[in-house]
Write a protein that binds this ligand. Structure first.
Ligand code: NDP
Ligand code: 2IT
Length: 450
């Protein structure tokens, strides 16, 4: 039955492999739910949940510093609003296309449901590449992007935030143009600066939450981060704060990467080394290779396009924390991780593991926390930013961090309980998909055929 529904989705969009991968995984987890509760089939919830409520595609023209005109494509996928306004990040990266954003929007629906906060799912972005652009070029692009997007978003309609290539700088430019066009100062975006409506801990939230989730998984086996060797990928927002929290909890991070290569630092990163990376990436916008100039004991390995695996995942370690992008761990990488003794994986990135990799992790019986649960701390804290904006007050750093920590513990508990309830104890993939689905599906039934 589910297979038939999936085939229809696949026939409709055969050229969206990432979207179909995300749908397939969720549908597979829901097989047991449909057997026990056929009401969801009767209400055609799967057919409806896999189709965006609305897709907006628009032209984004902008002028570079030399006066040359460029045209990029802008997107916003408004996937599901059953439990709240659309909510999800914007990604600026040359690889962005409709299928990738639909996968991200689809994942976001279940993730946001898991947070316990009232947020629907959405995602957007552009094939614009911020790399190598001046601040003024980024500003002109963001302003142009918002001159169309502002019509489709709003604090009770759709609330975008950051993702790959969209951080505090971009959110600032986007917010400035929205405010000007609408003549209103509202919480239409999250990830805002702390002086103009932002929340403490939002920059840290995804990485911190990912480590809190991993700590909960470790706790089920009476274990902690203390003394554990960790492989981390990426060196952007999620990676930096994931690394920071691991160090705080007594773990040792030996790798970080960017799209050109990775560094292996056997001694482990400390607060000073992390500060160097933050400055390198957030201020100077340089490449991770430069790390070895400052810390010559570390080894830099450039990406080798002829390899069908990523050597970053082939080091002795206990814990892996992917924080770069989708499908960055394939079947071969997954096997390397298992062979090297990794027994806990918490995904900061969205869908970083290919389906054959996921199967290897599940078969091995390790602690495997999928992105839609493990990285939900970012959007959770976005939800907390929305609450603070509505209340027109700011909570302290300690208060937000504590709420984030509690939310991550609750997400972990929901995953464990849902997996147990449907006969798949210990399977966090099934647990996350089922727990995320039930709340949205029930809301859709309550609201009728809309
Ligand atoms: P950033 O843009 O801050 O950093 C992205 C990092 O990943 C960079 O080091 C980048 O390298 C690397 N990277 C990006 N694309 C590729 C690629 N195709 N191949 C290899 N490396 C790549 O983004 P974030 O840290 O915000 O996002 C990282 C991941 O976390 C994404 O999957 C995102 O969807 C997910 N996520 C983010 C949240 C957030 O709040 N920001 C919340 C939940 C999930 P380079 O600089 O060379 O491009
Ligand atoms: O993938 C994600 O959850 C994000 N990029 C954050 C979304 C948000 O609205 O904070």
């Amino acid at each position: 039955m589910i297979d038939k529904i999936y085939q229809k989705v696949a026939e409709r969009d055969p050229n969206q492999p990432e979207f179909l991968q995300a749908v397939r995984e969720v549908f597979d987890s829901l097989e047991v739910v449909m057997e026990k509760r056929p009401i969801y089939l009767k209400h055609k919830i799967l057919e409806r949940i896999a189709e965006p409520e609305r897709v907006i595609i628009f032209r984004v023209p902008w002028m570079d510093d030399n006066g040359e005109i460029h045209v990029n494509r802008g997107f916003r996928i408004q996937m599901n609003s059953a439990i709240g306004p659309y909510k999800g990040g914007l990604r600026f990266h040359p690889s962005v296309n409709l299928g990738i954003l639909k996968f991200l929007a689809f994942e976001q629906v279940f993730k946001n449901s898991l947070t316990t906060l009232p947020m629907g799912g959405g995602k957007g972005g552009s094939d614009f590449d911020p790399k190598g652009k001046s601040d003024n070029e980024v500003m002109r692009f963001c302003h142009s992007f918002m001159t169309e997007l502002f019509r489709h978003v709003g604090p009770n309609t759709d609330v975008p935030a950051g993702d790959i290539g969209v951080g505090g700088r971009e959110i600032g430019y986007l917010f400035g143009m929205y405010k000007k066009l609408r003549m209103e100062f509202t919480g239409v975006l999250t990830g805002k600066g702390i002086n103009w409506g932002g929340s403490y801990v939002r920059p840290e939230a995804t990485g911190y939450g990912q480590v809190y989730f991993a700590a909960e998984m470790l706790k089920t086996r009476g274990d902690t981060f203390e003394g554990k060797t960790c492989l981390v990928s990426g060196s952007g927002n999620v990676s930096q704060y994931c690394t920071e929290k691991v160090i705080q909890l007594g773990g040792k991070v030996v790798t970080v990467s960017d799209s050109n290569g990775y560094i292996y630092d056997e001694e482990g990163l400390d607060a000073d080394k992390l500060k160097f990376i933050k400055d390198l990436k957030n201020v100077r916008r340089g490449r991770i290779k430069e790390y070895t100039g400052k810390y010559p004991n570390a080894v830099y390995t450039p990406v080798d396009p002829n390899l069908d695996y990523n050597p970053l995942w082939n080091h002795k370690a206990d814990i892996a924390l992917p924080c770069a992008t989708q499908n960055e761990i394939n079947g071969k990488d997954a096997q390397h991780l298992i062979n090297n003794g990794v027994f806990c994986i918490s995904e900061g990135a969205n869908m970083p593991t290919t389906p054959d990799g996921v199967e290897i992790f599940l078969d091995a019986g390790i602690l495997y926390g999928p992105g839609k649960a493990a990285n939900a701390g970012g959007v959770s804290t976005s939800g907390l930013e929305m609450s603070q904006n509505s209340l027109r007050l700011n909570w302290s750093r300690e208060e937000v961090d504590q709420r984030l920590h509690t939310i991550m513990k609750n997400i972990h508990k929901s995953c464990v309980q849902a997996a147990e309830a449907f006969g798949m104890a210990g399977n966090y993939v099934a647990g996350a998909n089922i727990a995320g689905f039930l709340k949205v599906a029930d809301a859709m039934i309550d609201q009728g055929v809309v």
